[in-house]
Design a protein around this ligand. Structure first.
Ligand SMILES: NC(=O)c1ccc[n+]([C@@H]2O[C@H](COP(=O)([O-])OP(=O)(O)OC[C@H]3O[C@@H](n4cnc5c(N)ncnc54)[C@H](O)[C@@H]3O)[C@@H](O)[C@H]2O)c1
Length: 393
C-alpha cells in the first residue's frame, strides 16, 4: 500500500502499533505533503497508536503540540514522543485544572490546525481565543464535541470536521474496536469469568452495542438499558434482555456505562445496586455515575488495586448497609486504562480519518464554517482501502 516507513521511535509499543497501521502509512504517502510546515495542536489520548500519528506528522514536516485526556496518558509513550520532538503537555495524573492549563498552552502556541477531543480547544477558539494568523480549521473526534459546537449561538468562523460522524468509524472503531477492548479491559482489571456473569450495559449506541455483543459471545448474560426505543429494539432483536435502568442495576453483577451522559447513576439508584457489583466506564469521560453521591453514601473507601498498578484500578466503597460497590479506574474508559486502548487496526482507521480530514482542511477543500461530518469521499476512499487490505490476504 505504501513505500514509506517510520523510523524506530525508541518505544517498542509504538513500533509494534506502527507495524499494524497500513492505512495511516498509505494516508501519509498520498496526502502527507498537505501537512508539511504546519503546526498541529492536538488533544487526544497519549498512547502508542496516537503516537504513530504524531510520528507520521513529524515525518511529513509538521510540528506537533499535544496533551492527553485525564487518566489515560501512558508515561512511556509521552516520554518517547518528547524525545522525538513533540511538545507533550501533562502526565497521567493530571487533574481537570492541569488539563485546562495545558489546553490554554496549546492555544497560546497558535497552531495552524487543531485536532480536538470533546471540543475543548474549538470552543475556546470560537469564544475568542486568538488563532494563528494562518489558522485553517479543526477536526473534532467525538459526536458530543460536535453537538457542543453546533449548539453555539454562532458557529465558529472556521471549518470543523467531526470524525465520529462517519459510518465507517462507528462500525469499525466504536462498535467492533471498543466492544472487544472494553471486554478485554474488564477481564484484565477483574480476572473474573464471563460465563455465568450478569453484566448490565447502559447505553446501546455503537460502543454499548459492541460491548454487549462481545460480552454475550463470551458467555455473559447481558442486560441492556437505553432511553432510545430504536436502540432498545436493536438490542432486543440481537437477543439481549432489555430492561429499564432500575431493573438493570438490581440484576447486574457488573455495570458498564456506555452513554457518554452525565450522572446516569444518581443517588436514588445506589440502593438498587447488588452487593459486590463492579462498575466501569466505556463513555468518553468518567462522569456517568454521580461520584459525589457515591462518596457521600460510603462509610469506607478502600483501594483493592494491585501494588504495581494504578491506585484507582479497583476501589471498594462500603455503603452504610454493608453492601460493597467496586469502581474500576474511576469509571474512566476501561479499554484505555486496562487494555492498551482500542485495538490497533481500529485506531489505524480512526486516525486515518483524522489525518485525511486534516489534509482536506489544509488543502483548503473544507469551504464551510462550523461542524460537518467527515466528507463522504474520505469515508468511501478509506472503506475501499480497508476492503482491499482485508481481502488481499
Ligand atoms: N472507550 C472508547 O474507546 C470510546 C471510543 C469511542 C467513543 N467513546 C464514547 O463512548 C460513548 C458512547 O459512544 P456511542 O458512539 O455509542 O454514542 P451514542 O450517543 O450513539 O450512544 C449512547 C447511547 O446512550 C443512550 N443514553 C444516553 N443517556 C442515557 C441514560 N441516561 N440511560 C440510558 N441510556 C442512555 C442514548 O440513547 C444512546 O443510544 C460516548 O461518550 C463516546 O464518546 C468511547
Amino acid at each position: 500500500m505504501t513505500g514509506q516507513v517510520l523510523q524506530p521511535s525508541g518505544d517498542p509499543a509504538i513500533d509494534w502499533a506502527a507495524r499494524h497501521m497500513p492505512l495511516l502509512a498509505a494516508t501519509f504517502a498520498e496526502q502527507g505533503s498537505a501537512l508539511s510546515g504546519l503546526h498541529v495542536g492536538m488533544t487526544i489520548h497519549v498512547e502508542p497508536k496516537t503516537a504513530v500519528l504524531c510520528q507520521w506528522l513529524l515525518q511529513a514536516g509538521a510540528r506537533v503540540t499535544l496533551t492527553g485526556n485525564i487518566g489515560t496518558t501512558v508515561p512511556a509513550t509521552a516520554d518517547a514522543l518528547r524525545r522525538l520532538g513533540v511538545e507533550v503537555l501533562g502526565e497521567r495524573t493530571d487533574t481537570a485544572a492541569d488539563r485546562d492549563a495545558h489546553l490554554r498552552t496549546i492555544l497560546d502556541r497558535r497552531p495552524d490546525l487543531i485536532l480536538d477531543n470533546g471540543a475543548d480547544l474549538i470552543l475556546r477558539l470560537a469564544q475568542g481565543a486568538p488563532p494563528s494568523e494562518r489558522f485553517l480549521g479543526a477536526t473534532e473526534e467525538t459526536t458530543t464535541g460536535g453537538m457542543h459546537i453546533r449548539a453555539l449561538p454562532a458557529e465558529p468562523d472556521f471549518p470543523v470536521i467531526v470524525i465520529n460522524d462517519s459510518r465507517l468509524k462507528l462500525l469499525i472503531e466504536n462498535e467492533l474496536g471498543v466492544g472487544q477492548s472494553i471486554v478485554q479491559g474488564f477481564m484484565n482489571a477483574t480476572n473474573l469469568m464471563l460465563p455465568g456473569l450478569r453484566v448490565g450495559v447502559v447505553g446501546y449506541g455503537p460502543c454499548g452495542k459492541g460491548t454487549a455483543d462481545t460480552l454475550r459471545s463470551l458467555g455473559a448474560t447481558v442486560l441492556v438499558a437505553d432511553l432510545d426505543p430504536f436502540r432498545r429494539l436493536d438490542a432486543i432483536v440481537r437477543g439481549h434482555a432489555v430492561v429499564d435502568l432500575p431493573a438493570l442495576l438490581r440484576g447486574s453483577d457488573a455495570v458498564l456505562l456506555a452513554t457518554g451522559a452525565r450522572d446516569v447513576i444518581q443517588e436514588q439508584h445506589l440502593p438498587l445496586l447488588r452487593d459486590g457489583v463492579v462498575i466501569a466506564g466505556v463513555g468518553h469521560e468518567g462522569l456517568e455515575i454521580d461520584k459525589a453521591a457515591l462518596r457521600a453514601a460510603s462509610v469506607e473507601t478502600v483501594s483493592l488495586s494491585p501494588a504495581d498498578g494504578d491506585a484507582d484500578a479497583r476501589v471498594l466503597h462500603r455503603l452504610a448497609d454493608g453492601r460493597e460497590v467496586v469502581v474500576l479506574h474511576d469509571t474512566n474508559m476501561l479499554n484505555l486504562t486496562a487494555a492498551g486502548g482500542n485495538p490497533i487496526q481500529a485506531m489505524d482507521l480512526g486516525l486515518s480519518l483524522q489525518a485525511q480530514s486534516l489534509a482536506v482542511i489544509a488543502r483548503g477543500e473544507a469551504d464551510w464554517r462550523g461542524a460537518r461530518a467527515v466528507p463522504d469521499a474520505v469515508d468511501r476512499h478509506l472503506a475501499s482501502e480497508l476492503v482491499a487490505l482485508l481481502s488481499e490476504r
